[in-house]
Design a protein around this ligand. Sequence first.
Ligand SMILES: O=C(O)Cc1cc(O)ccc1O
Ligand SMILES: [Fe+2]
Length: 437
Amino acid sequence: MDRTAQYMPGFGNDFETEALPGALPQGQNSPQKCAYGLYAEQLSGTAFTAPRGQNERTWCYRIRPSVRHIGRFEKIAVPLWKSAPNIDPDVISLGQYRWDPVPHSTEPFTWITGMRTVTTAGDVNTQTGMAAHVYLVTTSMVDEYFYSSDGELLVVPQEGRLRFTTELGVMDVEPKEICVLPRGLVYRVEVLEGPCRGFVCENYGQKFDLPNRGPIGANCMANPRDFKTPFAAFEDRDTPSTVTIKWCGSFHRSAIDQSPLDVVAWHGNYAPWKYDLRNYAPVGAILFDHPDPSIFTVLTAPSGVEGTANIDFVLFRERWMVAEHSFRPPWYHKNVMSELMGNIYGVYDAKPKGFVPGGMSLHNCMLPHGPDRNAFEGASNAELKAEKLDETMSFMFETRFPQQLTAWAAKEAPLQDDYVDCWTSLDKKFDGTPGVK
Ligand SMILES: O=C(O)Cc1cc(O)ccc1O
Ligand SMILES: [Fe+2]
C-alpha cells in the first residue's frame, strides 16, 4: 500500500506505524537487535521528566542512526532568516504596520533561502518567544535536508502547494490547511504547485497545544480527530546530500552520503501533523456584544504564566454574525499581547480595504488599533439582521512578548506607508448633548 501523504487521525496520540511489515518492535523499545538490521533511536521533544500529559517522544527504527547523517559543520549565511533577540537600532518597531503581499521574485528560492523574517520576540537562547516569517518558495530542495533546533515551525500556506517529506512521513499542505514541523525533525520541502507563499510562526517555547475549552465543553473549536499525522515512509538512497541545521539562530551545514529520511517504522507522540482550517468550528456571540478573540484560538503555546501564552494561533474564519444592538466587528483596543495578523483569503471585517490576501499587519504591545473608518461607519449604521461573514480567513500570531521588526520588514517588504491614515477620518461626534449620534 502506498501511504505517501496518507494520514492517521488525532492530536497528540500515541501513534505506531511501519513502512515494512514487522519493522516495529512489539513490547519493548530497545531489542538487542532490531528487525531488518535497523537502528533504534529516540527523539525527545520534551524533557525526559516533563509531566506525563505533556511528555512527548518518538522511537524511530532507521537504516542508520542520525549521528551518521551529520558530520562536520560549517556555518552558512541565511541572511533574511532572523532569530530573537534581533533589535535593529535603525528600525522603529513601535507603530501600527501593514504590508501588501510580498511579491514573488524571479530568483529561485527554496524553503531555506525563501524565508523572510518579519518580527522576532523573546530570545531563542532562553527558549522564549517566537519569530514570524513569510516564505516565498519556487524551488524544491534536492538532496538537501533541514531541521531546526530552535523551535517548531507552524506553517500557514497562502498560495501554492508544498510537500514536506519528513523523517516520520510525508505531508502535502495547501492554503486553508496548516502544519507543524516539530523541533529537531529532519525534512525536505518540495514544490507541488508554485509559486508558494505563506506565513510561518517559529515557536521557541513550549509546544503548541489545543487550548482548554472551559465551559464550551468537550467539542467545537479545533477537534483532535481532525489533526492528521503521516504514516511512516522512508528513503534508502545513497546520494551525496547536505543537512542544514538552524541552531541558536545560526545556520550550519553538513555533507553526508545518503538521505537522512530513513526511518522505516516509528511509534510515539512527538510527530508532525497537518490540520484543515475548514474543520475549525467557531463558537461566538449568539445574542449581543463581541467576545475576546481568544474564543477563536486554534492552538496555544503556554509560556509558564497561566493564561498568558507564549503564542496563541487564532483564526478568523467564515461565521454568522447575529449579535443584536451591538457593534459587531472587533472593538478599539490596546493589548498587552502583540498581534501579528495575516490574511489567507477574503475580506477581514475590521479592515474592508487594504488588508488583502497575502498581506500582514502588526499591532504591537499596547499599541491602540481597531476598525478603520469605513468599518466603523458601516457597522455603526448597518441593519442588524443575521449576516454571514463569507469568504474570509485571516489569522493572528499573538504573543506576550513585544515583536521587533526586522530591517527587511521595515525597509524592503511592501509596507503601506499610509496605514495609520485609515483612522484619521474618524471624526468627533460628541457635541455635549445626550442621545445616540
Ligand atoms: O486586532 C484585530 O483585528 C484582532 C482582534 C479581533 C477581535 O475580534 C477582537 C480583538 C482583536 O484584537
Ligand atoms: Fe487587536
